[in-house]
Design a protein around this ligand. Structure first.
Ligand code: NDP
Length: 497
C-alpha cells in the first residue's frame, strides 16, 4: 500500500476532475477548440473576478474579533449584546480611507471609515462610523454632491482642490470636519491608532420601553498616533499598503489591537434644552456635559483567510439594527438607512446578506425570496407569504415593538439646513484646544491646498475660519499672503449680527 499523501484533485467549478492544464488544440500550433470547456470557464470566471468597487471607502482592511462587555448599560438599553458583564460577541471590523479608489495609497490625509459588524443573537448590528465624531454635511441632499467633490473632476479626471474648497466654502457646516481633517488627526499612523465614532445620534431603548438618545465612541487602546505629511510622502513612495500591512502583520504575530467602547446618553428633556440640535451630525456632545460611559472592549484577533470573500464582500448597513438600538431623527442617518443596503444590492447582489461574511449567526426568516445567488438555507420550502396558516411559519413578536415617538407639531417642509445653525463655535473650540505648533501645522496644510483654489473661493473660505476664531483665519491668510483687514470686519459683523 502506498504511503504517499493524496493531494486534492484539481476540478472545474462543477467539481469535474481536471486531467491536464494545456490548451486543447487541433495540432501543436493551434487553433484552440471550443470544446476546451475548462479553459473557457477559467477565462470567463476571470473576466468577472472584480465586483464594482465601493463608490466611497473603496480601499479597506479588516479583521475578525471579539467584543466583551465590561460596563453595565442595561438601564439604558435592552440590546442583548450588552446584557451582562463578560458577555462576548463576535465582530468583524473594516477600516478604510474615503476618497481613494481600491488601489489608492493608505497613508493619505483623509477620514478613516470604521465599520463594525456585531454578530449578535438578535441578528447583526452594523455600527458604520468613521474616525471622526462629526461629518461634513447635515442634509442628505448634499451627501452625493460632497462625495463628487472628493473624487475626480468630470472633465480633467483629476482630483481638484478648487472643486473641494468651492463646495466647503459654500457649506460652512463642513468647517468642523474640515478642521479635524487638516489637524494632526487627519493623517493617522495606522488603523490601529485611530478612534472610531458612530458619529450619528441613535436611540437606546430599555426594558421599560424608555428611550434615550446615544452616541458611540471606540477609543484606541494603542493610543492615537499620527504622522506628518513628509513622513507620509516617503511611506507612500515605498508602500501603498502601509495600513493593511500594519494591521495584518500585527494580528499575525499575536499583537491584537483593541478599542474601549464608550457611550454618551442624553434624555429627551436634555435634548429639548441642549444648545445645539442633538441630531445634527456636524456637532459633538461636549464630554463635560455628557460624560463617556464605559461599555466594553473590542479586540481584533483573527485575520481574514480570503480578502475578497471576507473584506471586499463585507457589507455594512446602518439599517442593520437590533432591539434596544434604533435610529434617531438625524436626517443623514435616515438617508443612510436606505442608501447603504441599496449600494450593496447593486455592488454585491440582492442576496448579499446570505454570504458567509455578512450572514447573521442566528436563523433568518421572512417572506423575501429568490434573486441571484439565493441559498435559501433558512427558509427552504416554507411559505413565502404572511400571514400564513401553513406549518413552520414563524410569527412576529409584538413585545419587541419600539415605543411610540412623538414628533410634536412637526410640519412637513424642505427646511434650509444652512440657516439658524451655529457652524462656528465647535470648530473654534477645537482650534483653541490645539497648541501653537499644532495651529501652525493646521494653517500650513490648509493654505497649501486652499491656495490651489480660485481667489474668490479662498476669500469665501477665509471668512469661515475667521468666524470660528480670528486667529484661525489670520494664520491661514498670512500663509496665503492675503490682506486680512476686510475679513476681520466681515467676521466682526457676523459676530455682532
Ligand atoms: P473635551 O475637552 O471634553 O473633548 C475634547 C476631545 O477632543 C478629546 O477627548 C479628544 O477626543 C478630542 N480631540 C483631541 N484632539 C483632536 C483632534 N485633533 N481632532 C479631533 N478631536 C480631537 O471638549 P468638547 O467635548 O467640548 O469637544 C471639543 C472639541 O473636541 C469638539 O469640538 C470636537 O471637535 C472634539 N471632539 C469632541 C468629542 C466629544 O464627543 N465631545 C469627541 C471627539 C472630538 P477623544 O477623547 O475621543 O480622542
Amino acid at each position: 500500500m502506498s504511503t504517499k499523501k493524496k493531494c486534492p484533485v484539481m476540478t472545474t467549478a462543477d467539481g469535474n476532475p481536471i486531467a491536464m492544464q494545456q490548451a486543447l488544440t487541433a495540432g501543436p500550433r493551434g487553433p484552440v477548440l471550443m470544446q476546451d470547456v475548462q479553459l473557457l470557464e477559467q477565462m470567463q470566471h476571470f473576466n468577472r473576478e472584480r465586483i464594482p468597487e465601493r463608490v466611497v471607502h473603496a480601499k479597506g482592511s479588516a479583521a475578525h474579533g471579539t467584543f466583551t462587555v465590561t460596563g453595565d448599560i442595561t438601564g439604558h438599553t435592552k440590546a442583548n449584546l450588552f446584557s451582562e458583564i463578560g458577555k462576548k460577541t463576535d465582530v468583524f471590523l473594516r477600516f478604510s480611507t474615503v476618497a481613494g479608489e481600491r488601489g489608492a495609497a493608505d497613508a493619505e490625509r483623509d477620514v478613516r471609515g470604521f465599520a463594525i459588524k456585531f454578530y449578535t443573537e438578535d441578528g447583526n448590528w452594523d455600527m458604520v462610523g468613521n474616525n471622526t465624531p462629526v461629518f461634513f454635511v447635515r442634509d442628505p441632499y448634499k451627501f452625493q454632491n460632497f462625495i463628487h467633490t472628493q473624487k475626480r473632476d468630470p472633465k480633467t479626471n483629476m482630483r481638484d482642490m478648487d472643486m473641494q474648497w468651492d463646495f466647503w466654502s459654500l457649506c460652512p457646516e463642513s468647517l468642523h470636519q474640515v478642521t479635524i481633517l487638516f489637524s494632526d488627526r487627519g493623517l493617522p499612523r495606522s488603523y490601529r491608532h485611530v478612534n472610531g465614532y458612530g458619529s450619528h445620534t441613535y436611540s437606546f431603548i430599555n426594558d421599560a420601553d424608555e428611550r434615550v438618545w446615544c452616541k458611540f465612541h471606540f477609543k484606541t487602546d494603542q493610543g492615537i498616533e499620527n504622522i506628518m505629511d513628509d513622513e507620509a510622502a516617503s511611506i507612500i513612495a515605498s508602500d501603498r499598503e502601509s495600513h493593511q500591512r500594519d494591521l495584518f502583520e500585527s494580528i499575525d504575530r499575536g499583537d491584537f489591537p483593541s478599542w474601549t467602547m464608550h457611550v454618551q446618553v442624553m434624555t429627551q428633556q436634555q435634548a429639548d434644552t441642549f444648545k445645539w440640535n442633538p441630531f445634527d451630525l456636524t456637532k459633538v456632545w461636549p464630554h463635560a456635559e455628557f460624560p463617556l460611559i464605559e461599555v466594553g472592549r473590542l479586540e481584533l484577533n483573527r485575520n481574514p483567510e480570503n480578502y475578497h470573500a471576507e473584506v471586499e464582500q463585507s457589507s455594512f448597513s446602518p439599517s442593520a439594527l437590533v432591539p434596544g438600538i434604533q435610529p434617531s431623527p438625524d436626517k443623514m442617518l435616515q438617508a443612510r438607512l436606505m442608501s447603504y443596503a441599496d449600494a450593496h444590492r447593486h455592488r454585491v447582489g440582492n442576496n448579499f446578506q446570505q454570504l458567509p461574511i455578512n450572514r447573521p449567526k442566528c436563523p433568518v426568516f421572512n417572506s423575501q425570496r429568490d434573486g441571484a445567488m439565493a441559498t435559501a438555507s433558512d427558509y427552504q420550502g416554507r411559505a413565502n407569504y404572511w400571514p400564513s396558516s401553513r406549518e413552520g411559519m414563524p410569527e412576529v413578536d409584538p413585545e419587541l415593538k419600539d415605543p411610540a415617538w412623538s414628533l410634536g407639531e412637526a410640519v412637513v417642509d424642505r427646511f434650509d439646513s444652512t440657516v439658524d445653525h451655529d457652524d462656528y463655535t465647535q470648530p473654534g473650540d477645537l482650534f483653541r484646544m490645539f497648541d501653537d505648533e499644532h495651529r501652525d501645522r493646521l494653517a500650513t496644510r490648509i493654505a497649501g491646498v486652499l491656495g490651489q483654489a480660485r481667489v474668490e473661493v479662498q476669500h469665501r473660505q477665509l471668512c469661515h475660519f475667521f468666524r470660528a476664531d480670528p486667529e484661525y483665519g489670520t494664520r491661514i491668510a498670512d500663509k496665503l499672503g492675503i490682506d486680512t483687514s476686510s475679513f476681520m470686519q466681515d467676521a466682526a459683523d457676523h459676530v455682532e449680527a
